[in-house]
Design a protein around this ligand. Structure first.
Ligand SMILES: Nc1ncnc2c1ncn2[C@@H]1O[C@H](COP(=O)(O)OP(=O)(O)O)[C@@H](O)[C@H]1O
Ligand SMILES: [Mg+2]
Length: 314
């Protein structure tokens, strides 16, 4: 987890300095107060304040997003919400366990469960049987009031589209960390040898959590490529790769724009996944976080936040 939105703050500060806007950074970097003349504008976290409250809340809620998109016929990954038993006092009890088991039974490849309002791949579990489901649900409910459940999908590619009022500002795919077998070294040794030093702690904590010791100690045959994480989160070691002009980019942008319009969001980052050759929306983020991309392409990240701030101040 990041301690403060550093690249976001650098970009916003630079914009303010070059546009004659006073800036005050508070709450360890999470609250930004901007003033020009009589106009005051606030940013909170990665939210520049362009989105309506309802768009923000729907984007934050994976099951609500999927429900809106599904109702409008926009291809998306289904997410079904279940509430923690601690919510029984405020929500009608749902007999959640039977319903969760029914979804698991209906999906022989397993399911993915995650906090319904989660981010950054935290507490996202793949489960394939009842005991695994029980353990994962228990872990999520320890810190979240609700979880979202989806069928497990074999995601070939995940693309992020940063959109501002239908205009794609950035489009990049997320390349997961891998190793290439040499028939001599174990998965763990190859991962250690191939990983840049600064990425080790991120990738390793996720790898230990994902791969069992038999897999870590196994020796892949020469030339065999193996994923170190099944998740595409940049915070967990995936790398952003900018997409050039072409059909993939166009298809992802078009689908992302449909999704943004469906929930009425203006500035967002939308994740689109390819499953069996078809693109679907995975999630919409109303806070636009580009820390990982900013380490590689600070100028592109600055341009994207500037375009959004122009909408605020013009
Ligand atoms: N149903 C699914 N099937 C397979 N992989 C999934 C599924 N849902 C999520 N993932 C993987 O987990 C990652 C994190 O899930 P996501 O829904 O984006 O949650 P978060 O908001 O925590 O990033 C995704 O980038 C994707 O790689
Ligand atoms: Mg995500």
């Amino acid at each position: 987890m990041l301690n403060s939105p550093r690249i976001f703050l650098d970009a916003v500060s630079k914009y303010c300095v070059t546009h004659g806007i006073q800036i005050e950074i508070r709450a360890a970097g999470w609250l930004v107060v901007m003033r020009r003349g009589t106009k005051q504008h606030l940013a909170f976290g990665y939210d520049l304040g362009l989105n309506s409250s309802v768009a923000h809340r729907i984007a934050n809620d994976k099951a609500a997003t999927a429900e809106v998109l599904h109702a409008l016929g926009i291809p998306c990954v289904p997410h079904t919400v279940f509430f923690s038993p601690q919510m029984n006092e405020v929500m009608p009890p749902q007999a959640s366990w039977e319903a969760m088991i029914a979804i698991l039974r209906a999906n022989p490849s397993g399911v993915v469960i995650k906090p319904n309002e989660g981010t950054s791949g935290n507490s996202v579990f793949r489960v394939s049987n009842g005991p695994e489901l029980e353990l994962a649900a228990h872990r999520i409910f320890a810190s979240s009031p609700s979880l979202a459940m989806s069928p497990w999908l074999d995601i070939e590619d995940e693309v992020r589209v940063v959109l501002l009022d239908d205009r794609p500002l950035l489009v990049y795919s997320k390349s997961r960390p891998t190793i290439l077998g040499d028939g001599v070294r174990s998965v763990l040794e190859l991962a250690l040898a191939g990983m840049p030093y600064e990425m080790r702690s991120t990738v390793f904590s996720d790898m230990i959590y994902n791969l069992d010791s038999a897999t870590l100690n196994s020796i892949p045959p020469p030339g065999e490529r193996q994923l170190l994480s099944w998740r595409h989160n940049l915070d967990k070691g995936a790398q952003p790769v900018l997409l050039g002009e072409g059909k993939v980019r166009d298809d992802c942008v078009e689908l992302a724009a449909q999704a943004a319009n469906a929930i009425g969001i203006r500035f967002s980052s939308i994740d689109v996944v390819n499953v069996n050759g078809a693109w679907k929306i995975l999630e919409i983020n109303s806070g636009v976080m580009m820390e990982a991309l900013g380490r590689l392409h600070p100028e592109l990240v600055y341009a994207a936040y500037s375009a959004a701030l122009d909408k605020v101040f013009d």
